[in-house]
Ligand binder design. Structure first.
Ligand code: SF4
Length: 287
């Protein structure tokens, strides 16, 4: 059932005066720049991403340059950002765009979601922000805002309910601004801990604020993200240890593993990697 959008007009007005307008990827909103920024921002703070984004764009200013670059160079520029599967998928996806879409980033949601490392929410964000196309998003920030405003609990069907709410709330005009606005609200006002409800433009009819249940929401939505990052970290840590590739900083302090365990892991690596990647994809799709 389609509901009437309740928050979009207030978010658009709020964003004009209080939203973020000076982020580097907001200057020139090409699909490529928005795409790279969205991938870098997954599980990573804006302030951390900015210098990485600027260096990445200086070296790989467009899809063709990224697709033609050696993967080692891409990983080198990613060193310190963590979750290196993001960089590998970005590189692979750039090659797919070059080879299968004549070098032009696709505009159909299904085509974008076919690219490695891009789920439904990221695909929606890229198309909405770069091309003003009406696609909903449901990243961690948006899940938090919608879960609290509509007091969506953790019962089965939560993900479908939240996607429906995200769809209903996405306006038919000013999609790019609205998308940025709800992401900004979640990042700067409706924060995970201590949300600043007194500064929130949708506070007067927010269900969680009325019930005082901000700390309990979202109930299960964030759990999926937690599992995803944990597993993603495990895959990358294992890969780095076994193959001697770039060592992510978050495992650098770990003690070395014994020779026996290393040999057993090395023997099982192909199967482990296959199973973990499959699991990651399932969790990302479900979260
Ligand atoms: S009123 Fe508070 S809990 Fe509700 S959406 Fe705003 S910041 Fe979040």
């Amino acid at each position: 059932m389609t509901r009437v959008a309740r928050i979009a007009p207030r978010l658009l007005a709020w964003h004009a005066s209080a939203g973020r307008h000076d982020l580097p990827w907001q200057n020139e909103r090409s699909a490529y720049r928005v795409w790279v920024s969205e991938i870098m921002l997954q599980q990573t703070q804006v302030s951390t991403v900015i210098p990485y984004f600027e260096r990445f764009m200086a070296r790989f200013p467009d899809i063709a340059t990224l697709a033609a670059a050696p993967i080692d160079e891409v990983l080198h520029l990613w060193t310190g950002l963590g979750y290196y599967a993001r960089a590998r998928n970005l590189h692979l996806a750039a090659q797919r765009v070059r080879d299968e879409h004549h070098g032009e980033f696709p505009r159909a949601l299904a085509d974008v979601m076919e690219l490695p490392g891009i789920g439904r929410s990221t695909a929606g964000a890229i198309l909405a922000i770069s091309a003003d196309l009406r696609y909903p998003i449901l990243d961690g920030n948006v899940k938090r805002v919608l879960s609290r405003y509509y007091t969506v609990d953790g019962t089965p069907g939560t993900a479908a309910t939240l996607w429906q709410l995200a769809e209903d709330e996405t306006p038919h005009e000013n999609v790019a601004v609205y998308t940025q606005a709800i992401m900004d609200l979640g990042a700067t006002v409706c924060t995970r801990t201590r949300p600043r409800c007194t500064e929130c433009p949708i506070a007067n009819d927010c269900g969680a604020r009325r019930a005082g249940s901000q700390a309990q929401l979202p109930a299960t939505a964030d759990n999926g993200t937690y599992k995803f990052t944990e597993l993603q970290g495990a895959v990358e840590g294992l890969t780095a240890v076994l193959k001697g590739l770039t060592t992510p900083p978050d495992i650098a302090e770990q003690p070395p593993i014994g020779a026996d365990l290393a040999a057993r892991l090395r023997a099982q690596e192909p199967q482990l990697a296959r199973e973990l990647r499959k699991l990651l994809q399932e969790i990302e799709t479900a979260s």
